[in-house]
Ligand binder design. Sequence first.
Ligand code: GDP
Length: 498
Amino acid sequence: MRLTTLTDEARIALANIGDFAAGFVAPSLRLGVTGLSRAGKTVFITALVHNLVKGGRLPLFEPVSRGRLARSFLEPQPDDAVPRFDYEAHVERLVAERLWPDSTRRISELRVTIEFESARYFARTLGRGRLHLDIVDYPGEWLLDLPLLAKGFAEWSAEAVALSRLEYRAALAARWRAALAETDPLGPEDETAARRLAALFTDYLRAARADEHALSTLPPGRFLMPGDLEGSPALTFSPLDLPAGVAVPPRSLAAMMERRYEAYKDVVVRPFFRDHFARLDRQIVLVDALQALNAGPAAVADLGQALSDILACFRPGRASWLSSILTRRVDRILFAATKADHLHRTSHDRLEAILGRLVRGAMEKAAFAGAEVDVVALAAVRATREAIVTRDGEKLPAILGVPLPGEGLGGEVFDGKEEIAIFPGDLPSDPDSLFQVLESMREGPESKSQPAVAPAPDVEFVRFRPPRLERTAEGLTLSLPHIRLDRVLQFLLGDRLT
Ligand code: GDP
């Protein structure tokens, strides 16, 4: 692995000095928001900022419950070269059109300044406290690229080929594997072959990500989330089935792929980590755990693996390139299971417990220590209400909401106007029962003969429209309703607003 250049270190140090100098005026906190595509990043940031700026209902956020939050407002962000998070357009779509905003495709940033009355006597005498909260939104796919920095092309290829042979991936990777089998990696370099393999490899990654499989571990991240690199040659490579222990001849297909793989690391992965990741103070990782639970045990196991890969990024080894440029340390990481409004309240704690189990396992695997880690089940925007519905004399907890136009359930297709009640089903009260099945799956061929108990709980899914916002008697529109956003704020910001 190539070490960082002096320029890298100088640049990051300068950036941090800049941040620090600006901090004399008012301290700032850089909060990273990440998660795989459709995990809920855009909706989360929009709802978080809306609730701060509009004075939302946040009883568990201490500065609000103590009446110390004076006001929050948007200000120009500190980094001119990063696109701004399009907050206003997203709010307009959510609130006025009652449709979900466009999802994250690349990095963006937004600054919210929070003014508060300090609880501390000395600080109080100096006047109001101020905190600049710089929110950095970036695709989780990019984060999962970090482990590539420590791997050469041969090692990465061997791992990718081995992974594609696993039972639950083999069918998805079949066309790519067939093309690999026809390719001589040590033969002459060939642009057409490179493009074909790259396209088939990308198709495989995309299929693995689709709803019904919901797999999580899929580098290189830019193949799925290219940002500004869409269609560029930096993405035209693929792992190869290399014979072990054979030197790669110059001008061979393998040499060409290796060159592009290294270029990808140099021009894509390193700059992202140096310019953005290395400057974060805190991180929230959004996880669509319900989607993985619905897709089945392979998706849940794969999510566990992705979480441990993510945690490893926050605890880089001493000798690694990243630790040499990290001058700030992320001191709090929150893992959040999103879209909890698809469940009845009775299952929110259960969802949190399941995520907690996954994160604990990931922490053990990554031997993680050094930052405070917590988990939460949340809905950034609560699109449903709860009710008790009587069916055949039995009282059942249900959720009420307006399904998006075109959504269907049990043969019925909805028009986007009518409110329906559904019984979302329950998550298991004991998360262990779920994980026992996963364990038995890992135990190898003998256990395959046992009937695989589907750990997927009985959760029914319909995508709902965002809620209609209520108005006060004075005609003011209230902020977006949510589930546990206040707990999130308390964990991520509470100690910085004292
Ligand atoms: P991103 O790719 O991580 O930016 O994901 P988005 O924030 O765009 O969310 C993807 C989709 O998930 C949205 O279009 C919504 O359908 C759904 N979603 C996200 N957050 C919530 C939530 O809090 N409640 C509900 N009901 N749906 C949500």
